[in-house]
Design a protein around this ligand. Sequence first.
Ligand SMILES: Cc1ncc(COP(=O)(O)O)c(C=O)c1O
Length: 404
Amino acid sequence: MERVGPVTDPAPGENAVPLPFPQARPEVEALTAYSAPLEGRRGLLRLDFNENTVGPSPQVVAAIRAMPADHFAIYPEYDGLREAVVGSLLATAGAEAPQVPGAPAPAGVSGLGPDHIGLFNGVDAAIHAVFHAYGDRGDRLLTTSPTFGYYTPCAQMQGMEIEAIPYALPDFAFPLEALTAALLRPGVAPPKLLLICNPNNPTGTRLAPDQILALAAAAPQTLVVVDELYEAFTGDSLMPGLLGGRDPFAAYPNLVVLRSLAKTAGLAGLRIGFAIGAPAVVDRISRVTGPYDINSLAVTAALAALADQAYVDAYVAEVLGARDWLVAQLVQAGVRHHSAGGNYLLIWPQGDPRAVEQALRQAGILVRSMAGKPLIDGSLRVSLGTKAQMEQFWRAYGAIEGLA
Ligand SMILES: Cc1ncc(COP(=O)(O)O)c(C=O)c1O
């Protein structure tokens, strides 16, 4: 039998040669893991990860507190959660639900059902599962740049090639022409995956739903994944337009919409996200997850959060008001900024961005440096919270930058 380590271990400190460890797949050996600076954030004003800055609905907190202890001892149950997601999607789109769940929808009533909903341990896990299920070595991912950072490592771990089309300066407009050309390049195999973050994190760029549907219709061999994490702040979701028909995805079987309860409903720490698409596609994406990847606390919290849409609506309205206020201050002070969709905006400080980021941290406020990101190097991404939180940010920022 072949030995892989030394025959006798040396005494501690004496010629210690590390034992070889088993190599992972070549793609994993070459991978730089997606890492976000997520430690030591409690107690600070967190404007660095686009989270809900005030926490979830009191109904969520009450539901979690009411969980009997024996529920912690048993594996999670998901019954009713997909139905609750369907109900929430229909209610926010103003669509009518079928009278009998699961029954074929009569004309004018949406056929969206539980089979269209995939449950995941956050949208990050949904993204990972999409790549795991669909991305093969040498396949192409088509996306935009700069965009959400987790798409790249997911593609790399599958050995995929990445084609990222830059947003168009000066306003980070969606590069529709260039992206369409890359999607439909004659004589070249279509990309396996097209990932569109709408509105885009971090540029806020928006693409109209009908333009996304046109892309999906033009490339039936490509799975078109639309990351709608921040759609509540723009109202650009694909869902209302899809819900009218008897089968919402019949005309777009290659389309998947991603939604999360992390950002608006305030459940980022509990990890719950959804993939919505044709049942066959949702089934494939769900095959590569574990049977109990979403824990019982997340299920309980999600059911309570979905039942309190008024809380989310009020939070979104507060954030949009706070954004208007902050943008007015930025304009008045002549600060270069970019604000489009989403609960975040970009600010270019006059001083060294890293120093400004650090000084804000000293003042108890976290923001995210965009250093090294194409097109937006030198900017800070500032998440939007309540008006009072934006006032706190603005006071600190003004003092650091010497604004009058
Ligand atoms: C565009 C985008 N997609 C997905 C995620 C991950 O969402 P979740 O917390 O549901 O995993 C984020 C989080 O920052 C994001 O910005």
